[in-house]
Structure formats: C-alpha cells, structure tokens
Design a protein around this ligand. Sequence first.
Ligand SMILES: [Zn+2]
Length: 99
Amino acid sequence: MKRNKSEEKEIALERIKILFEEARRSEKYADRYVELARKIAMKLKVKMPSELKRRFCRHCNSYLRPGKNSRIRASRGKLISYCFKCKKYSRFVYHKNRL
Ligand SMILES: [Zn+2]
C-alpha cells in the first residue's frame, strides 16, 4: 500500500511528538531526540508545531528545561528563551489573540 504525502506528514508529525515526549523524559538523550525530530521535520517538510518549537534551542538543538538549562521570559507578546549551553537567545511569538 502506498502512502500519500499528507499521510506521510501526519505520521511524521506523530513521530516528532513522540520524540519530544521522549526528550522530556530522558535527560541523557534529550538533545539527540530533538535532533532526530528536527531531521524528520526537515526531510518531510513538516512544520514544527509552535508548542514544540519553544521547547528546544534552535541554535544547538538542546532540549530546554526552564530553570535548568535555560531561562524563559515573556516580553511584549514574545517569549524569549536563553540557552545556557550555547548562550544564545531564541524568540517565539505568542499567538494568543491572533491567528
Ligand atoms: Zn542553545
């Protein structure tokens, strides 16, 4: 049976979510899971859901644990996370009242 593109993407997204769940649980391999999830997203051109996007550092693929290896703060409708590992900032826009 051949899968069509949208089915492939659906499966990829499921796998990405599972990988993030694993990353949350495993301190040791968290960064590895993030890297894998990003590779899947890139390969199948799946858009990473925003709630997952803010969970890792896009500069070094670290799984961010606020208070542990990162700091997160909100400012003017944006979330700004600071990664302790690569010492870089990532910004995320809040989509609260907008589409
Ligand atoms: Zn980083």
